[in-house]
Design a protein around this ligand. Structure first.
Ligand code: GLN
Length: 278
């Protein structure tokens, strides 16, 4: 079929801008190029993929699951329903963390990405600094399968460990980074697109969404060196409660909260035995 015909087909099912975005992604073109090549014949493999994606989108699936791809920090990650779709806020968590690691640590830096899902955090850190010693862990074996696919796809050397939080972790780390599930079960703002598609195990947490921060903070020092950095993504309304949890579990630490691009406090960094100068 021609590009023009596929666009027509798509426009009957989804919004025309979405059709363009979908087809241009599949063809590795930008939307303008599409418009300039309307008569070009699309090969049958991509035509089939396009039709499959249309069906998924029609059934209310997110575009990233339909494409089996999500761009994170400029890298292409394989994603499907087994894992959370990486979010833009999480790119900021990675960006700040890589800067802190480079600024405050020297060599043989060991990092644990707890609740790795697709592997986007730990694998991106490894991509940015190949000297880091990275372990990815998750309680979901299905998620670890996806993390493994991404490890192979990106050709990065990391360890992948099954663990219920820290239970199976044997090493000691310089940095623990996590974007744990933090949505409270009674959250009213969550959209149907998220609720009906993404794994609930990766989204929700008890205790007003604080369950996993509490559990991690309670046990983490056993798995960390004397000097450490903990980097958490948090819900936009959780800053104060998380600061209280940090006070409850950790002594002599310095804590920095950072706002994301939307101006919301979405990242917490905990430093132990580090002279921070920000
Ligand atoms: N670490 C993954 C991410 O940030 C998965 C997070 C999760 O499943 N809660 O996308």
């Amino acid at each position: 079929m021609k590009i023009e015909e596929l666009l027509c087909l798509g426009n009957k099912v989804i919004h025309k801008d979405q059709t363009k975005l979908l087809l241009s992604t599949l063809l590795n073109m930008n939307p303008l190029e599409l418009s300039l090549h309307l008569d070009e014949i699309v090969d049958s493999e991509i035509t089939t993929k396009f039709q499959e994606c249309l069906n998924s989108l029609k059934n209310g699936e997110p575009l990233q699951y339909a494409l089996k791809n999500s761009n994170f920090y400029g890298l292409d990650f394989y994603v499907d329903k087994r894992v959370l779709i990486p979010r833009f806020e999480t790119e900021e968590l990675v960006n700040n963390t890589i800067n802190y690691l480079q600024k405050y640590f020297s060599k043989n830096i060991k990092v644990l990405d707890l609740g790795t899902g697709s592997g986007c955090i730990g694998l991106t850190l490894k991509y940015l600094n190949n000297d880091l010693d990275i372990t990815l862990s998750d309680i979901s074996n299905e998620a670890l399968e996806v993390a493994h696919i991404n490890q192979e796809k990106l050709g990065l050397d990391v360890k992948i460990v099954y663990s219920d939080l820290l239970d199976n972790i044997e090493d000691k780390f310089d940095c623990l980074i996590s974007n744990p599930p933090y949505i409270s079960y009674d959250d009213k703002e969550i959209t149907d697109l998220v609720l009906n598609n993404e794994p609930h195990q990766a989204l929700f947490a008890d205790n007003d969404g604080l369950e996993y921060y509490d559990k991690i903070l309670c046990k983490c020092e056993k798995y960390l060196n004397d000097k450490y950095l903990i980097a958490f993504e948090i819900g936009y309304n959780q800053e104060e409660k998380i600061l209280n949890l940090i006070n409850k579990h950790l002594k002599d630490v310095k804590v920095l909260t950072k706002k994301d691009m939307a101006g919301l406090p979405r990242m917490v960094f905990i430093f132990k035995n580090i002279e921070i100068n920000e």
